[in-house]
Each structure stands twice: as structure tokens, then as C-alpha cells.
Write a protein that binds this ligand. Structure first.
Ligand code: ADP
Ligand code: MG
Length: 494
């Protein structure tokens, strides 16, 4: 193979430009030529010398020199072991230069292309694996460097915060995802000893600021990442607490609701007691008024007044009777009840209150409704709550319509209670059955009425919906099944 002068020049220039060290030695370790990293200046000093003497300051050949293996096998060789630190030489890779089968010279290099490529590949793969591990973690993972620039933002973090991963990596600063001073506080706590050790923060509850401005409560585990004892970044693993807190809140509300129903029960007892006490004097008033009218000869005018007293006393007695019925203290007792009668009873108790004065009441009750298995006290409470809401919504003026109907097809009784009030905005309707949801001013509404109603309807295996149009009014529709679906199989003794 002939090399032209021009090509020779180029090859030499290329070798010179090469940064890594190349030695060309004879099979007896004699340096024939060198190139790379400042060696050209020393070339005249080293050429002709033994490589182990000139390069490694040794009196005998290096034990782990790849040259031995090349001489033995005739093949390019990579030095296997690195040797002890004292023995660590720069000669990593060696290949023969030959004419025919004879090895004329050997080239020793201090770098190794195949190994570097392999290491890079290994590194790339383990990096990709770690990246994958973080990105697919179920917890949110965010890492940021010391300036606040976000380095890692995984899918879970994106889902919790509402930012896309791209947005976060390119546009966000770590301070953007904490409201107010929280980012600074997290850093302070991280550096303090008191929250799981310096450089660590364990199960710390803090808020994040979502993209849409929501504050998102999270539980954060964070750590400072050090390199050579220098702080280079922070990493946080966190979990969205919204669902957990919602559940906790719901539980607390249920407890309060329970308390409230206890209170209602004791109010019922009180009402029953008062009603009993009123019963006797009322009986007396009625009886003696009648006696006076029968036994004395009195003027017509006075008789008229007595008549009036009698009528009012009777009305009182009826009220007391209804109240007793209403507040009757029983355990939940499912018996067949006439829904029309229950509605009328509740209305009877309410309709003479001042708030009903300018309310027109329309009744459209289906005749001969079959009785519905129900707890009468609960049924009364249910109607009372819905009717009071309707009348309160109308603010004393409008019309209240009570309608009942039988649906043979579905084996149920349908009760509709409508008002001509202001209606409920569409986005509010889904919330009205929530405990404590009220739009009434403090002290006026508890927000418990409809949640109680909802519970009662469920207890009866029924269904309740609200239909409303703003400006026109609201209708509550209750469906109560005529037959109770019993749970459990036929052997179920209960
Ligand atoms: P409260 O009456 O104490 O506010 P409720 O649970 O009885 O609690 O009712 C919840 C909310 O539902 C009320 O605050 C009101 O906004 C709405 N609401 C209920 N019934 C009606 C109705 N007939 N018309 C308009 N809004 C109603
Ligand atoms: Mg109410």
C-alpha cells in the first residue's frame, strides 16, 4: 500500500491534532514515535528509550501492559484490569502494526474507543432507568437547582399541579408553585435539624399553588442534594391530600349531623311534654265554656264571644294533637301510612304561621292512594323541611303546590312540592343536599334540612330530585316505593 506525500501530510496533521496520547513502540518496548498532549515537544527526549522507563519511570516493563497480550495473540487488546493505583498507567489499548505475520511495531493508546462507547451506553441506560423510575412514580416528584430552576417534574406532579411537564421545565420557577412565602419556608425547614434532620424534611404538610390558582394541600418529603458537601439541588416527593382532607371533613360533618339529630330528638320530647301539659287545661276551657253556654241565660253578643272561645280552644286542641302525633317518640318504625294524610297534617301545623299568610296553597292529592311503608315521624320531618324551604324561598308571597300521584307501573307514590320562588341556579342544585350547604345568612339556615330529607328518602328506599328554573320556582319530586325491598335471602330470620 503506497501512501502519497499529500495523504501522509494529512495523516500526520490529523495525528498531531489528536488530543490523546499515542505511542508507537517496537516489540521490545523501544519508543519509535509519539503524538498527542504536549508529547511532541518531548519527542526527541523519549524516542529510542524504553516506554516503561520514559513514560512510567520503571526499570522493568509494566505488568499489566496490553502489549504482552498483543504479542501473544496478534490481536488488538484492551487492558483488562486497572492495576493498583501505583501501577495505573496510561496505556489502555494496544494494536499491532505488521508486515505479513510479523509484528513490526505496536501502538499504545491512553484511551479506548470501544470501552468508552460501552460505558457511555451503560451510563445512558442506567440514567434512562432512573429517569423512568422518577417520571413514572405515583407520587409527585419535583427537583430544582439552587436558583429555583425546575430540573425534574414528573407526570404525577403535572397531574396534581395542572401544569404540563413542558411548561414546568421551561417556564416555571420553584417559587411559582408555592403560594406566598411557602417556598422559602420549605427551604428553611429543610436546612433545620427539627424536621427529620438537616437536609431532610419528612411528611411535612404544605400547600402548592395549582396552575388555575387553587391551593392544593400536600404531604411533602424533601431532601437537599449535595455534591462534595455543596448544596446543588433539592428534590421533593409529595402526595395530594385533597381527597383525604375531604373525607376527614365529611366525617366531621356527619358527626355534627348526628349531634343535630340528637338535638332534634330531644326537641321532639320537649314538644311532646308541653303538648301533654296543654291538653288538660284546654279540655277544661272547652268544657267550662260549653257549661256556661248551656246553663246560663246569656245575651247573644256574649254567646257569640263564647262560641269564639270554644272554636279557638278546639283549634288549640287539634294543634296539640297534631304536635303530639308529629313529635311522637318512637324508634324508626316502618308501617303503612297514608302520604296524603301526612302531608295535610304537616301543612296543618304550619299554615297558620305568619310566614304563610300570603301564600296560596294548592292541593292536588290523588284519591285512594295505597299506603306507603314509612316511619311517620320521618315522613313528617321530610315534608316539614321541604315546605318550610319553599315558603322561605318565596319570602311570604307566592303559591305552594302539593301534588301526589300513584305510579302503578313503578309501584311507587310520587310526591311533588312546588313553589313559585326565585329558583335555584343550575350550578347550585347539585349541592343543596349536602350537609351544611346553605345560601341563607348566618343564623337563618343550618344547611341541614335537605341533607336530613335526603337521608330519610334513602331510608325509605326512595328517590328525591329537585327541578328548578331561576325566576320561576322549584319543584322537589319524591318517589317512595309501595313495597319494601327486604334485604337478605328467604332464610334470613330477621
Ligand atoms: P337551609 O334551609 O338551612 O339553608 P337546606 O338544606 O334546607 O338548608 O337547604 C339548602 C339550600 O337549598 C338553601 O339554603 C337554599 O339555597 C336551597 N333551597 C332549598 N329549597 C329551596 C327552594 N324551594 N327554593 C330555592 N332554594 C332552595
Ligand atoms: Mg331548610
Amino acid at each position: 500500500m503506497r501512501i502519497t506525500d499529500a495523504r501522509k501530510e494529512w495523516l500526520l496533521a490529523a495525528l498531531d491534532a489528536f488530543q490523546d496520547r499515542i505511542l508507537v513502540v517496537s516489540p521490545t518496548y523501544e519508543i519509535l514515535a509519539t503524538s498527542g498532549r504536549g508529547l511532541e515537544r518531548r519527542e526527541k527526549d523519549v524516542v529510542g528509550k524504553r516506554c516503561y522507563e520514559a513514560m512510567n519511570d520503571r526499570s522493568v516493563p509494566c505488568e499489566n501492559c496490553p502489549l504482552h497480550e498483543v504479542l501473544r495473540t496478534g490481536k488488538p487488546t484492551l487492558r483488562g484490569d486497572q492495576g493498583s493505583p501505583e501501577e495505573r498507567t496510561a496505556c489502555l489499548y494496544c494494536y499491532p502494526v505488521r508486515s505479513g505475520t510479523k509484528i513490526d511495531a505496536l501502538v499504545l493508546m491512553d484511551f479506548d474507543v470501544p470501552v468508552l462507547a460501552g460505558l457511555e451506553e451503560k451510563l445512558r441506560r442506567s440514567n434512562a432507568f432512573l429517569r423512568n423510575l422518577i417520571l413514572s412514580a405515583l407520587d409527585g416528584v419535583i427537583a430544582a437547582d439552587k436558583t429555583g430552576k425546575i430540573l425534574i417534574f414528573n407526570d404525577a406532579a403535572a397531574e396534581i399541579c395542572g401544569y404540563t411537564v413542558d411548561e414546568a421545565l421551561n417556564r416555571l420557577d420553584i417559587r411559582d408553585i408555592y403560594p406566598g412565602e411557602d417556598a422559602r419556608q420549605v427551604m428553611e425547614k429543610l436546612r433545620s435539624e427539627d424536621y427529620g434532620g438537616a437536609g431532610k424534611l419528612k411528611s411535612y404538610q404544605v400547600n402548592l399553588l395549582g396552575k388555575n390558582g387553587d391551593t392544593i394541600p400536600i404531604s411533602l418529603n424533601a431532601a437537599i442534594i449535595y455534591e462534595d458537601r455543596r448544596e446543588v439541588a433539592t428534590i421533593g416527593f409529595f402526595r395530594d391530600l385533597r381527597e383525604t382532607l375531604r373525607m376527614k371533613e365529611a366525617l366531621e360533618k356527619t358527626q355534627i349531623q348526628l349531634l343535630q339529630s340528637e338535638k332534634m330528638a330531644s326537641l321532639g320530647k320537649l314538644a311532646a311534654g308541653v303538648a301533654h301539659q296543654l291538653n288538660n287545661p284546654l279540655g277544661g276551657i272547652t268544657l267550662f265554656t260549653k257549661l256556661v253556654m248551656e246553663e246560663y241565660d246569656i245575651e247573644d253578643k256574649a254567646r257569640e264571644d263564647l262560641q269564639r272561645i270554644l272554636k279557638d280552644a278546639e283549634r288549640c286542641r287539634d294543634t296539640v294533637k297534631e304536635l303530639l302525633e308529629f313529635a311522637r317518640q318512637t324508634r324508626q318504625e316502618m308501617r303503612p301510612h297514608d302520604v296524603n294524610q301526612a302531608l295535610s297534617r304537616t301543612l296543618f301545623l304550619l299554615e297558620n304561621q305568619a310566614i304563610f299568610q300570603n301564600i296560596e296553597i294548592e292541593k292536588d292529592l290523588a284519591p285512594a292512594l295505597p299506603p306507603v311503608p314509612a316511619d311517620i315521624q320521618q315522613l313528617n320531618h321530610m315534608f316539614m323541611n321541604i315546605i318550610l324551604n319553599a315558603v322561605e324561598a318565596m319570602e311570604g308571597r307566592g303559591s305552594l303546590r302539593l301534588r301526589t300521584a300513584l305510579s302503578r307501573e313503578h309501584d311507587q307514590v310520587i310526591i311533588e312540592i312546588s313553589d313559585t320562588g326565585p329558583g335555584i341556579p343550575e350550578d347550585v342544585v347539585p349541592r343543596i343536599f349536602e350537609p351544611f350547604f346553605t345560601t341563607k345568612e348566618e343564623g337563618k339556615g343550618t344547611g341541614l334540612g335537605l341533607s336530613l330529607v335526603y337521608g330519610i328518602v334513602e331510608d325509605h328506599g326512595g328517590h328525591i330530585t329537585a327541578e328548578s328554573k331561576v325566576g320561576e320556582g322549584t319543584t322537589f319530586i319524591i318517589e317512595l316505593p309501595l313495597t319494601r325491598q327486604e334485604m337478605g335471602g328467604p332464610d334470613d330470620g330477621a
